[in-house]
Design a protein around this ligand. Structure first.
Ligand SMILES: [Zn+2]
Length: 181
């Protein structure tokens, strides 16, 4: 039997017991916290979400629900080298284990390799994905190779003189070194 699951409200135990799977495409506009951290684009940006659930025995043999989240999105940010927009292709791939209470989750999250969350009947995989992207946001987004060379502020006044009259930056650097010593 095929089940329909909601990316915004999931019964975690049921999803795991049924070894459920879900796929969703969520507009970035529906993730307001993540939207605030990105630059606007002319096209709408979509976040792709995939989740899979299963039950797994812990060390004492008790069955616990698990969830594997995979999510991708291309988020526009400001390149910290050239200050132009840069589209950062981001990917979340993480496993979560669910426990009964907040107290258990806090203790076990410290001790476990996987992330530990609290069992819910209305769990939002969409918010989980949003949280993960926010945590994974690069502190210093940058182009691998910037599309145009970085223009120094001191060169701006010479900008209209044309390419040929621009001083060779290495020559300038040489003069600078001589002057400084
Ligand atoms: Zn750049």
């Amino acid at each position: 039997m095929k089940h329909e699951y909601s990316v915004q409200s999931l019964n975690i135990v049921q999803f795991a017991k049924q070894e459920g799977q879900l796929q969703a495409t969520v507009p970035l506009a529906d993730m307001p916290r993540l939207l605030r951290e990105t630059l606007p684009t002319d096209q709408s940006v979509a976040v792709y979400i995939q989740a899979r659930g299963w039950m797994q025995a812990d060390a004492s043999g008790a069955q616990e629900p698990w969830l594997h989240l995979q999510s991708t999105a291309t988020l526009r940010q400001t390149c910290q080298r050239c200050l132009q927009p840069v589209d950062m292709a981001m990917q979340v791939d993480r496993q979560f284990r669910f426990v009964a209470t907040e107290e258990l989750a806090e203790i076990e999250d410290e001790e476990s390799e996987e992330d530990v969350l609290v069992i819910s009947q209305t769990f939002s995989v969409q918010e989980l994905a949003e949280d993960e992207f926010l945590m994974d946001m690069p502190a210093i987004p940058m182009h691998a190779v910037c599309p145009q060379p970085v223009r120094m502020a001191v060169q701006d006044k010479d900008f209209d003189q044309g390419e040929s009259e621009k001083p060779n930056p290495f020559a300038v650097l040489q003069q600078f070194k001589k002057g400084g010593s």
